[in-house]
Structure formats: structure tokens, C-alpha cells
Ligand binder design. Structure first.
Ligand code: MD3
Ligand code: FE
Length: 207
């Protein structure tokens, strides 16, 4: 476990290779089953309707969605209207290990990046509480991840996130600006057709 101070903010910890290859394969099978039931959708930016390059789904009681009306958490898939599938046990156990002080996760956002997909610098602030961390798991191709400070203008640092890596964003880093600059093609054999999956476990409401 590595604690990495960013612009003097505490609370970012990096757990490289938390999941070994067998653990990644098992998790991937479970994500495939979730996405079969709750298909990836293409979110669009509020107001402009500009599509994200990342496709998304969710599991858990709540899922994060973005459409012309805004960003929000909701209990149903935006296209099927069905409840989101449950969070896999391996992820609930991960949360219990790295976020033991927080109430259980309510949402797990599934981001799928194909080659060329990216995510601009943003803060995660659609949750009703910021004392619980966001816990991220990377699967598939390596990504270049950027983290800054509490202001968009603060300097940023870049890291590579590899398949099996976990990042815990708690404490002061919980509201840091961050984004994904690019996905490095051909860096993992986990996904047959390449690309990257990121899972983020989140607590949305106070306990
Ligand atoms: C740093 N996802 O879904 S996860 C997102 O790899 C998101 O798909 C990225 O940003 C991805 O909102 C990055 C790592 C992450 C998540 C939350 C953070 C880093 C963070 C919150 C504060 C600072
Ligand atoms: Fe984010």
C-alpha cells in the first residue's frame, strides 16, 4: 500500500496488483454477466447532449447516469428500466478491506474504454456524502490517469493504472480533480478485444 500525497492532499492510496490474474479473470466473468443483464449505455453531457467516449453500466442498489437532464444516481438502468444487478462479493470484500470505516457501497460504476476513449478532468461530487472513499479497480489495458487538487487550475500528476490495480480516494483527495488521458493499446491480454474497464465503488447516501 502506497500513500501518495497530491498537492499536499492526504487520502490517495495506491494498491498495485491487488488482484492477481486469476482474481482479474474471475472479476471479469462477473462483470460480463452484469453487462449481459445491464447493457453498457452511452451517457451524454447534460445540456449539450455531447456523448461521452466512455460507455457505462452499474451494479448495486444505485447507478450513476448522465443524460440531457443532468448527472444523478438512480435505482434503474436508463434503457431497460430494470434494477441494477448486485455488486459481486469480491468487490464487497475489497471495500471491507480498504474502506472498513465507511458504510457499505451502494453503487459500482462500470466504465468501459475502447481505444481512444478518455475522461476529462472532473470531480466526483454527485454523492450525498464525501466522508466515504471512492474505490477504483482497473482491468485490461493500462491507462494514464491524472490527478490534481481541489481547484481545476491546480497542477496535476500522471500515473499509469494497470490491470489489477486498486486506488482508494479518501480523505482530502476525495474531491480532487482527476481524469483519464489515454488507454495504452496492447498492454494487457485480459480483454480479448483490448480496451479497459474501470470499476468504482461508491457510497452515495449517509448511513
Ligand atoms: C481521484 N473514473 O468514474 S477511477 C469516474 O479510471 C472516474 O475510469 C476513472 O473518474 C476511471 O468518476 C478514474 C479513479 C478515481 C476515482 C475517483 C476519484 C480517482 C479519483 C476521486 C478523487 C480523486
Ligand atoms: Fe471520477
Amino acid at each position: 500500500m502506497q500513500d501518495i500525497p497530491i498537492n499536499g492532499l492526504n487520502g490517495l492510496s495506491y494498491l498495485p496488483s491487488y488482484f492477481d490474474r486469476a482474481g482479474q479473470d474471475q472479476l471479469l466473468d462477473q462483470i460480463r454477466a452484469i453487462v449481459a443483464e445491464a447493457p453498457l449505455f452511452q451517457p451524454v453531457m447534460p445540456k449539450t447532449g455531447k456523448p461521452f467516449s466512455v460507455r457505462m453500466s452499474n451494479c448495486g442498489r444505485l447507478g450513476w447516469v448522465s443524460d440531457i437532464r443532468g448527472y444523478r444516481y438512480q435505482p434503474q438502468h436508463p434503457e431497460t428500466g430494470l434494477p441494477w444487478p448486485p455488486i459481486p462479493d469480491a468487490l464487497t470484500r475489497l471495500w471491507a478491506e480498504v474502506a472498513a470505516a465507511a458504510p457499505p457501497p451502494e453503487a459500482c460504476l462500470i466504465n468501459y474504454y475502447d481505444q481512444g476513449a478518455r475522461m476529462g478532468l472532473h470531480q466526483d461530487r454527485d454523492e450525498q456524502m464525501f466522508d466515504a472513499p471512492v474505490v477504483s479497480v482497473s482491468l485490461g489495458d493500462t491507462a494514464t490517469f491524472r490527478v490534481g487538487g481541489l481547484s481545476r487550475k491546480d497542477p496535476t500528476k500522471s500515473f499509469r493504472l494497470q490491470s489489477g490495480d486498486v486506488v482508494v480516494l479518501g480523505g482530502e483527495a476525495r474531491l480532487a480533480f482527476h481524469g483519464i488521458d489515454r488507454v495504452l493499446a496492447g498492454t494487457s491480454t485480459l480483454l480479448k478485444n483490448g480496451g479497459r474497464i474501470n470499476l468504482t465503488l461508491r457510497r452515495v447516501n449517509p448511513a
